[in-house]
Write a protein that binds this ligand. Structure first.
Ligand SMILES: Cc1ncc(COP(=O)(O)O)c(C=O)c1O
Ligand SMILES: N[C@@H](CCSC[C@H](N)C(=O)O)C(=O)O
Length: 454
């Protein structure tokens, strides 16, 4: 059912206009405070009104596939069928639109589902410009479309807007960005690329995958993007108990096109998962605060012990300034190198508190080897061409006690033979110092071996 539906049924009770006057689909309760004031994001995350008939303080799960209509000639109710719209899902979408600074948000069954919906805007012959460091599943879907859908995909170094400028042309339909990138934690200048793309190819859409930071830390729509999407499986839900994808836009015609694909293909998020995601979003602020603080300590710990660490919270990150010009935080995913694939494997397998697991954004800490796991769908030759270090370890930091995490990591590093242990502490053995890039000197300057191994 479209946002222009008449205010009947549930919609009668609650206006479909939000605080900013956006005409959103009906919801069992408005997602904005009734006093008309916009609060800080931490407050907006938790604030949802729950004025159902029983004043439930948690929005009900409308676990119903179909909705009774009042007339035989096409309805009467705001909802007819859950594939087309469901009150619990709509409530979540309205809440997300508010926290993503969007006029419309939509939720689907996974992050890849969200990208699939976006790529349905493409036609054979269209060109897509994207990065050379991308989540493996994104790379896989684009490769599929290039092979079977007649789409031309250019992978360029999106950390350099000039490289994007070189390939954007009037056939460019979409520029697809990730920042920080997964897993190399490279930063992409969204405003510069959006501005340049819109000037060179006015009908092209700039889509940004915001999974690594969530709306708490970065708002790509405010930075010039046309579409933002993310895997709700990660920070938004926070507990690895559901799969979800989120899309948000500020152009209502574009929102309708995306909604059309969701209804047509049937990938809208189920009522129960919508409810679960809404519940997760309420704790995003506190979870992320703790996860980031832990990630910062762990990144500093690894850097101090001589490892080449990629984390935008570290001043040694070569794009530190750019990252902080766009984002409100560094997130809680970092990666580091050991210089030896076997050593990396041993570290991963020696960790106890860090679960060997793909994904991130969860309250539990995870450890993985992207080239073997999350990015294994990118073939070895392509990984090499894109300078993906095979030994790279990705850490996704949770909310545990940080000293416990550092102890666990210290033990794993020693057990794996990744460090030289001396009376004064330990230091990386074959670390990123051999990799010889610009970041190394900064890391050497801060490296020390002051902590004890256990
Ligand atoms: C950056 C990024 N984007 C998109 C996705 C896809 O999300 P999902 O697993 O929910 O389909 C993932 C992980 O899977 C990811 O890491
Ligand atoms: N087997 C899965 C791997 C999912 S990776 C999940 C996440 N994005 C991450 O980066 O860890 C697949 O083939 O998609």
């Amino acid at each position: 059912m479209s946002s222009s539906s008449k205010l009947t049924g549930l919609g009668k009770a609650f206006q479909s206009l939000d605080l900013d006057g956006h005409d959103l689909p009906p919801s069992p309760a408005p997602s904005t405070p009734r006093n008309g004031r916009k609060y800080a994001l931490a407050t907006e995350l938790v604030y949802t009104e729950g004025n159902d008939q029983y004043n439930a303080s948690s929005v009900p799960i409308y676990q119903s596939a179909t909705f009774k209509q009042t007339s035989a000639t096409g309805g009467g109710g705001e909802y007819d069928y859950t594939r087309s719209g469901n009150p619990t899902r709509t409530h979540l979408e309205r809440h997300l639109a508010k926290i993503m600074n969007a006029s419309r948000a939509l939720v689907v069954s996974s992050g890849m589902g969200a990208l699939d919906v976006i790529t349905r805007l493409l036609r054979p012959g269209d060109e897509v410009v994207t990065g050379d460091d991308l989540y493996g599943g994104t790379n896989r879907l684009l490769k599929y479309l290039a092979t079977n859908g007649g789409i031309i995909v250019h992978h360029v170094d999106t950390t350099n807007p000039e490289k994007v400028r070189e390939v954007v042309n009037t056939k460019t339909s979409m520029v697809l960005l990730e920042t920080p990138t997964n897993p190399l934690i490279k930063i992409v200048d969204i405003p510069a690329i959006a501005h340049m793309t819109h000037a060179a190819a006015p009908s092209a859409l700039v889509a940004v995958d915001n999974t690594m930071l969530s709306p708490l830390l970065q708002n790509p729509l405010d930075l010039g993007a046309d579409i933002v999407y993310e895997s709700g499986t990660k920070y938004l839900s926070g507990h690895h108990d559901l799969m979800a994808g989120v899309l948000a836009v500020n152009d209502s015609a574009l929102g309708e096109k995306l909604y059309f694909s969701i209804n047509a293909s049937g990938c809208g998020l189920s009522p129960f998962d919508s409810w679960l995601l809404l519940r997760g979003i309420k704790t995003l602020g506190v979870r992320m605060e703790k996860q980031q603080a832990n990630a910062q300590r762990i990144a500093e710990f690894l850097e101090e012990h001589g490892f080449k660490v990629r984390y935008p919270g570290l001043k040694s990150h070569s794009q530190y300034e750019l990252h902080w010009s766009m984002a409100r935080g560094a997130g809680a995913v970092l990666s580091f190198e050991t210089g030896d694939v076997n050593v990396s494997e041993r570290i991963v397998e020696s960790a106890r508190l860090f679960a060997i697991s793909v994904s991130f954004g969860c309250v539990n800490s995870l450890i993985s080897m992207p080239c073997r796991m999350s990015h294994a769908s990118i073939d070895a030759k392509t990984r090499k061409e894109r300078n993906m270090p095979e030994d790279i370890i990705r850490l996704c930091i949770g909310i545990e006690d940080v000293d416990d995490l550092i102890d666990d990591l210290s033990r794993a590093l020693v057990q794996a033979g990744a460090v030289n242990v001396t009376m004064d502490g330990f230091h990386a053995r074959g670390s990123g110092h051999t990799l010889g890039d610009a970041d190394d000197s900064a890391q050497e300057a801060t490296a020390s071996s002051s902590s004890s191994p256990m």
